[in-house]
Design a protein. Structure first.
Length: 145
């Protein structure tokens, strides 16, 4: 008698899959992939998101350290919003919008310094100009003009 009592809950559970549920919604079918996209990566290279011109890049990289520049401090930066164009740094080191410079690994780039909170963010264009890997979290020196 006991084996039957132990099997009863299993039989009840097994029969539940056969009962229709009026509240369950079936997932919509997945859209079919175009034939040309099969086997191709949908990822876009970082260059396609960087909308700065070569002239802007040259101007930003041509900055020379200004002896009168105010050192604001150092910050570990993350990659900022890739859809936001230009050369900029958003950081809590900055209290108001101003021009400045960021240095790392012996290279520097002119940036717009933007006030921010939390972790510092550096623009995609600045990351690329400084030849930083996009997944890197470099420590940069920040100077205000």
């Amino acid at each position: 008698m006991r084996p039957i009592l132990l099997l009863a809950p299993l039989l009840i559970l097994a029969s539940c899959s056969q009962v229709s549920n009026p509240f369950r919604r079936d997932a919509p079918p997945a859209p079919a992939a175009p034939a040309a996209a099969i086997g191709q990566s949908a990822a876009k290279p970082a260059e396609s998101f960087d909308l700065t011109s070569e002239a802007e890049r040259q101007r930003a990289m041509a900055t020379t350290p200004d002896p009168g520049a105010e050192p604001l401090g150092e910050a570990v930066v993350t990659l900022g919003n890739a859809a936001e164009p230009g050369f900029w740094l958003r950081s809590s080191l900055v209290k108001s919008l101003r021009k400045g410079r960021v240095e790392v690994n012996g290279q520097s780039v002119a940036v717009d310094l933007l006030p921010g909170a939390g972790s510092a963010q550096l623009s995609l264009a600045a990351y690329r100009a400084l030849e930083l890997p996009l997944t890197a979290l470099p420590q940069v020196s920040v100077y205000g003009n």
